[in-house]
Design a protein around this ligand. Structure first.
Ligand code: NDP
Length: 509
């Protein structure tokens, strides 16, 4: 392999030179026709990590045409599930073989801790394996009760060419929540990563080739949302768009796709609450709250950025979370002990700080943090773990996605009030409840407006379990059997069998 050398854990260090990335179209690595490139500077270490071809409409069109041709000629869409599964399983093995290299690039581009990147790369391999199992076990329906001379089948067919557009917060993980499932279904794909974190997506092309994926089946175009993502959304030869990112861009995509009635699957923002009852294991709950809000510096659609605590325990519980948050290892992403790394861009850091400053001006109380953080040797693009009280549900910091390590604390008296506060959001991605009473947990789970409800845990996910949002958190589901089903069209085949006539319609005989 050219760029993707296997490196060992001992060799993990700031790379000495940027990785060079090109588009992968119809089985070939190509530069942009106009020679444009973009560079990604590490948010923690400052140097240029990657130099990527910056695509335009020409590259997006070429990739879509290659995917269409590959879909139509059946080189992937009409082979057996067994053959598709064999390729996906090889990709999983190759991902594991290259974990260190992929994790290092992920960390250098996103600012996330190296131990977390390793976990995400390994978890991504598991998605490829699970998708391989689905490739072999999908089936439709048969109807044998329609009468002696009729039989019908409901077939599932790959939907066609799918555009996959991914964000910067979990580049390889989110890619692996989409690509293997689309491929397992027999679709062909065009992929666009965020221009801030293109490396691991670009490098998977080498693994796909090594695993034997036919040319044209997966095409990768690097570049910005405009014009690459927008071309992938509007092009007439695209049948479906699977997008993860902001609700604002999700709405735009939905609007554009509506013009040609393309199918759209959207995984968008969240303002995810955890509700804590007095009878919960408060130690465990406090730890889950610290994890829920600080993991990935809060740059997480699933960030638990709101907690709703019973008023009898609110003060004591908040103090526990403050104490635990002080102990979270914020710092240099390349230190294997670091739990929380850098903020993705300076602009984003300013945005996070803006929410905190505004809340304070409106009377909120900052119990911890509330400002940028400087980390020895790796600069100032960090943010302190921040916990804020004396809030009302209507404030912007409680309603909007801060996408930083900033926790809003609200209180409640009754289950009904807790549910009302939890559901007081335009979002409906995930929610959590902490109580030792299973009836309380179930009552909350049933009434919470959220695609996922965790009871006495937070952010446990499995390839088998569907993920996605209600309300403005999205449309459709990702991963699991439900996520896999998104990539199919359903076709009913109704067959007349036997020698009998259907009876003439004309003349009524
Ligand atoms: P965006 O929604 O802007 O970007 C996500 C992806 O969509 C990127 O690949 C982006 O490309 C692409 N894109 C942007 N505009 C278009 C378009 N018009 N048509 C098609 N594709 C497009 O998210 P950001 O990365 O800018 O983050 C902004 C905010 O979104 C965050 O602060 C957070 O609140 C939220 N967000 C939510 C995520 C989630 O997991 N639910 C993930 C990331 C962000 P490019 O950026 O390269 O131009």
């Amino acid at each position: 392999m050219k760029d993707l050398n296997v490196i060992t854990e001992a060799e993990i260090a700031v790379p000495t030179h940027p990785v060079e990335l090109r588009h992968f179209i119809d089985g070939a690595w190509v530069d942009s026709a106009d020679g444009a490139v973009s560079e990604r500077v590490s948010p923690s270490h400052g140097g240029v990590v990657s130099r990527a071809a910056q695509g335009g409409e020409a590259e997006a069109n070429a990739a879509i045409e290659a995917a269409r041709k590959a879909f139509n000629d059946g080189r992937w869409s009409r082979i057996s599930g067994k053959e598709r599964a064999a390729v996906l399983l090889k990709v999983a093995d190759l991902i594991e073989e290259h974990t260190e290299r992929l994790a290092l690039l992920e960390t250098m581009e996103s600012g996330k801790p190296i131990s977390q990147s390793r976990g995400e790369v390994e978890g991504a391999a598991d998605h490829w394996r699970y998708a391989a199992s689905l490739a072999r076990t999908t089936y439709g329906d048969s109807h044998n009760t329609l009468g002696e001379d009729m039989v019908a089948m409901v077939l599932k067919e790959p939907i066609g060419v799918v555009s996959l557009i991914t964000p910067w917060n979990f580049p390889f993980w989110i890619l692996s929540q989409k690509l293997p499932y689309a491929l397992a279904a027999g679709c062909t794909c065009v992929v666009k990563p965020s221009e801030m974190t293109p490396s691991t997506t670009a490098l998977i092309a080498e693994l796909l080739v090594a695993a034997g994926l036919p040319a044209g089946v997966c095409n990768i175009v690097l570049g910005y949302g405009l014009p690459v993502g927008s071309t992938m959304t509007s092009h007439p030869e695209v049948d479906m768009i699977s997008f993860t990112g902001s609700t604002a861009v999700g709405k735009k995509i939905s609007e554009i796709a509506a013009a040609s009635l393309k199918k759209v699957a959207l995984e968008l923002g969240g303002k995810n609450p955890q509700v804590i009852f007095p009878d919960a294991d408060l130690e465990d709950a406090a730890d889950a709250v610290a994890f829920g809000v600080h993991f990935n510096v809060g740059q997480c659609c699933n960030s638990s950025s709101r907690i709703i605590v019973h008023e009898d325990i609110a003060e004591e519980f908040t103090a526990r979370v403050v104490e635990l948050s002080r102990q979270v290892a914020f710092g240099n992403p390349l230190n294997p002990d670091t739990q929380v790394g850098a903020i993705v861009t300076e602009d984003h850091q300013v945005k996070i700080d803006g929410y905190v400053t505004e809340a304070v001006a409106e009377g909120a109380d900052v119990k911890l943090g509330g400002a940028a953080l400087s980390v020895d040797g790796v600069g100032e693009q960090f943010y302190q773990p921040t916990i804020i009280t004396k809030l009302t549900s209507s404030m912007r910091i409680v309603q909007e996605e801060v996408f930083g390590p900033v926790l809003s604390v609200l209180t409640f008296k009754t289950l009904d009030e807790a549910i009302e506060l939890a559901n007081d959001s335009i979002y409906g991605l995930s929610a959590g409840v902490w109580s030792s009473d299973v009836h309380t947990c179930l009552a909350f789970a049933r009434r919470a407006e959220a695609g996922t409800v965790w009871t006495n845990t937070w952010m446990d996910g499995f390839p088998e379990v569907a993920f996605g949002g209600m309300k403005q958190s999205g449309q459709g589901r990702e991963i699991g059997r439900y996520g896999f089903e998104e990539f199919f069209e359903v076709k009913s085949v109704v067959m007349r069998v036997g020698k009998g006539s259907r009876g003439a319609w004309v003349g009524g005989k």
